[in-house]
Design a protein around this ligand. Structure first.
Ligand SMILES: NC(=O)c1ccc[n+]([C@@H]2O[C@H](COP(=O)([O-])OP(=O)(O)OC[C@H]3O[C@@H](n4cnc5c(N)ncnc54)[C@H](OP(=O)(O)O)[C@@H]3O)[C@@H](O)[C@H]2O)c1
Length: 283
């Protein structure tokens, strides 16, 4: 008879990431940085991709991590040639790619009526096209290794969030792309996991763009009360290891997912109410 192993035992026993080559975009802060550090803890070879890598270098030096275990590659995922270069440099150093975690992302906050359309384009370039470019250039190695792709989406990727037209549409697009890719790659044994974190303590609300495309430089939430980026990182690695197709995090995220299926009008009203309550809400 089969008994499912409790998650905690699976976490302790597993050596899934040992010597795997793991590329993580947006690895300079928040969820991406914590996922990358956890992958290093599990003896993966980790490629950190982001535009600003000085903090990462300092963190790795302070932890005395050997240079043979990681690679830092300055990458703007909105630029196709940067994503190509990221995969080429990874193969140059480590020979291949086993896991690609598409985590780089930015957010926004403005009503659509006031929004400069360049903000929507910027969000699509980073969140959607960044994922597409990285998948495209990593794909041959992932197929060869029967590897894994993960996309860090959001609750906003299955529920439209008022004041976040650009963010929600880029994450819905990301979900559509990754779900289709999952089916295309099923017989090639490449897993594709979509992970939708709920509110997580990170820098994302500080860097979110306002209606003119300027960073808002503040968070309307008490970040210390949100899920930690470290805990989200562990959930991401668990999803990759266990080939989970779709995963929603936080109680609010899970409630939104299920209530939206069965009581969509109710959850529309609740979502609007919640967003309107945020300090400085543009809605
Ligand atoms: N925090 C939340 O509440 C939450 C909830 C749901 C989903 N998420 C998703 O989780 C992911 C990580 O966000 P986070 O919360 O950890 O935010 P964060 O702390 O702001 O980290 C975002 C990361 O993305 C990178 N990035 C942004 N633009 C980039 C670009 N053009 N090219 C390459 N890297 C870029 C940033 O690095 P550089 O600036 O150095 O390039 C940074 O490392 C995002 O996709 C976000 O949508 C977050």
């Amino acid at each position: 008879m089969y008994f499912a192993k409790p998650k905690i035992i699976l976490k302790i026993m597993s050596n899934f990431f040992e010597n795997k080559i793991v590329v993580i975009t947006g690895a300079s802060s928040g969820i991406g940085l914590e996922t990358a550090l956890e992958a290093l803890n599990r003896n993966a070879r980790v490629v950190f991709a982001a535009r600003n890598l000085e903090i990462v270098k300092a963190e790795l030096n302070s932890r005395k991590i050997l240079e043979e275990k990681y690679l830092l590659i300055k990458t703007d995922v909105a630029i196709e040639s940067d994503c190509k270069n990221l995969m080429e440099k990874t193969i140059e150093k480590f020979g291949t790619i086993d896991v690609l975690i598409n985590n780089a992302g930015i957010s926004m906050r403005a009503s659509f009526a006031d929004l400069d359309l360049s903000v929507l384009k910027k969000l699509m370039d980073v969140n959607y096209w960044g994922t597409v470019y990285c998948c495209k250039y990593a794909l041959p190695q992932l197929i060869k290794n029967k590897g894994a792709i993960a996309g860090i989406s959001s609750v906003a990727g299955f529920k439209g969030l008022p004041g976040r037209t650009g963010y929600s549409s880029s994450k819905f697009a990301m979900n559509g792309f990754l779900e289709t890719l999952r089916l295309e790659l099923m017989e090639k044994k490449v897993s594709v996991s979509i992970i939708c974190p709920g509110y997580t303590n990170s820098n994302i609300r500080n860097t979110a763009l306002n209606n003119e495309g300027k960073t808002q430089n503040e968070s309307p939430l008490d970040e210390s009360k949100l899920m930690s980026a470290e805990a989200v990182g562990k959930e991401i690695l668990f999803a990759v290891e266990h080939k989970e197709s779709f995963k929603v995090l936080t109680i609010l995220g899970k409630a939104t997912f299920w209530l939206n299926k069965f009581f969509p009008k109710f959850i529309d009203k609740q979502t609007l109410k919640l967003i309107k309550k945020e300090s400085g809400s543009p809605i």
